[in-house]
Design a protein around this ligand. Structure first.
Ligand SMILES: [Zn+2]
Length: 99
């Protein structure tokens, strides 16, 4: 699974809950161009987490590094994207796993 963030392909990786998931449902690695999502989350929560991490990436690639660290802003924009657009193509294969 890939997503283009400002024209740069980022790999979406689902992984076990082995990083700080109390506050973070996902992570973005700017250098590796990877987004990691907690695979134990329900599908819709993974989808929301993906939108959140994409917003982090967009802000960084646009040079808004300080804004990218504002989790409240990132979460708000991520929710807006999640509720406004269908980016399920990023999760095409995973949708089949949903009940
Ligand atoms: Zn965040």
């Amino acid at each position: 699974m890939m997503v283009n963030i400002c024209g740069i392909p980022h790999k979406i990786i689902e992984m076990d809950d082995n990083f700080d998931m109390d506050l973070h449902f996902g992570q973005i690695d700017y250098k590796k161009c990877e987004i990691r999502i907690n695979n134990s989350l329900p599908f819709k929560a993974r989808y929301e987490a993906l939108c959140h991490e994409i917003i982090h990436g967009i802000l960084v690639h646009l040079g808004f590094n300080e804004l990218a660290q504002d989790e409240h802003l990132v979460q708000a924009l991520g929710n807006a994207i999640n509720q406004s657009f269908d980016i399920s193509f990023c999760y095409k294969n995973l949708e089949k796993m949903e009940d």
